[in-house]
Design a protein around this ligand. Structure first.
Ligand SMILES: [Zn+2]
Length: 408
């Protein structure tokens, strides 16, 4: 029985399960013999590991697969679409939901408009809980059993305690998101919360336009501007997990007031609220009390002005592009990334923003042009952080497959 095995044997077993699962994810479906050959594990060990992964529903058997040119073909093993995860991003003006199975196939994806400014914390958490219930039920309806859920929030997050320490643009301070959300959910479900830019950076690193780039910085282009840095293939978190508050880099000593209470933060120069305020002031944030538009609707209106070559609009977007390059140069000086991936509205308006941004980056970065760093527009849109949230659950599942209960 496993419970009588010494602890170190259990740890080895767990590591081998993870290694096998990770191999199947990277290499695709293969026979037990092929897995043994690629991982260096003994064939009988692989057979036993696969049996356990099958019992935990993490893999499924496929048809016959050849492991090479010689020998009998064996039954193939592939990742199972039976288990899945959900990520939900709660931002100033939208909730983005992404649900996928273990293979990465999207099962649920949507964004709904949401007005954090008009909801108190309890109200926001109610909406979040409702979105979570709905997404989890949709997975189940599609025959995918959810194992976990991660919430993405634009702010400083204490990941270990599941608490949002401060989220200036939401007006949150010390909000226990995980304990509050877990109350109404299946106790077996793993619930987590993390910073939106960190999760989006993980999504970019796994699925995005610069996937696999060991050194990249991701920028969220929403009302707040956050950054997630992947350094040498790992997400940089800092001593308290609070790194990445790039939007609050002080770039202008006497500048506009920021949501964080300081003045002259980078976010006041390049955030979505500033873009809207300068180009389509009649749709500025905080105006009126009608239904709140989705960020994409605001951006579409800005694009109409730009496409009509409205000189004031073109002038404003060029100025924002320059500020984008200014902050980008600071990031390049700090992290020496290969690419700076632009998310949110930065990606939508990349054709208008990039020329000025790239020129400013090249002009201001110390290591330029030797560093060969450039901006690229993300193609994950406003759901990058939600996708990263689901991805974080899957990553934990692969790191320790024994956290998923065996059936039967
Ligand atoms: Zn600030």
């Amino acid at each position: 029985m496993m419970s009588t095995e010494p602890a170190d044997q259990l740890a080895v077993r767990r590591a081998n399960l993870s290694r096998t699962l990770r191999h199947i994810r990277t290499a695709g479906p293969g026979s037990r013999a092929a897995i043994a050959a690629a991982t260096g594990l003994h064939k009988t060990t692989v057979s036993s590991l696969v049996e356990e992964l099958l019992s935990r529903r993490l893999v499924r058997e496929t048809g016959l697969e050849r492991s090479g040119t010689a020998g009998r073909p064996g039954r193939g093993v592939a990742l199972s679409p039976e288990l899945g995860a959900v990520g939900i991003e709660l931002n100033v003006d939208y909730l983005a939901v992404h649900g996928c199975d273990l293979t990465g196939r999207t099962v649920v994806e949507r964004r709904v408009s949401f007005d954090a400014a008009r909801r108190d914390v309890e109200g926001c958490l109610d909406d979040l809980a409702e979105a979570a219930d709905q997404a989890l039920a949709e997975l189940v309806a599609r025959d995918v059993t959810p194992v976990g859920l991660t919430v993405a929030v634009p702010g400083l997050v204490d990941v270990a305690r599941g608490v949002v320490v401060v989220a200036p643009n939401l007006g949150w301070r010390d909000v226990p998101v995980v304990s509050r959300l877990a109350k109404g959910l299946d106790p077996g479900l793993r619930v987590g919360v993390d910073n939106d830019a960190n999760l989006a950076a993980l999504a970019e690193f796994t699925w995005g336009v610069a996937a696999g780039t060991a050194d990249l910085v991701y920028l969220t282009g929403s009302v707040g501007v956050g950054g997630g840095a992947i350094v040498d293939g790992r997400l940089l978190r800092g001593a308290d997990g609070f790194s990445g508050e790039i939007g609050h880099l002080p770039v202008e000593p006497v500048g506009d007031p920021c949501g964080c209470g300081r003045t002259g933060c980078w976010e006041t120069k390049v955030g979505l609220a500033e873009l809207v305020r300068r180009i389509t002031p009649e749709f500025a944030y905080g105006l009126g009390d009608g239904p709140i538009p989705d960020p994409q609707e605001r951006i579409a209106e800005v694009r109409r002005r730009l496409d009509a070559r409205d000189p004031a609009a073109v002038d404003a977007v060029t100025g924002i592009g320059r500020w984008l390059g200014h902050g980008g140069a600071i990031l390049v000086n700090l992290f020496n990334p290969r690419v700076v991936v632009l998310g949110g509205y930065f990606a939508d308006l990349a054709d208008h923003l990039l020329p000025a941004a790239q020129a400013q980056l090249t002009r201001l970065a110390m290591a330029s042009p030797a560093a060969r760093c450039h901006f690229v527009a993300s193609d994950l849109g406003f759901t990058a952080a939600a996708r990263g949230g689901a991805g974080a659950v899957i990553e934990r599942m692969i790191d320790d497959p024994t956290t998923v209960p065996a059936t039967g």
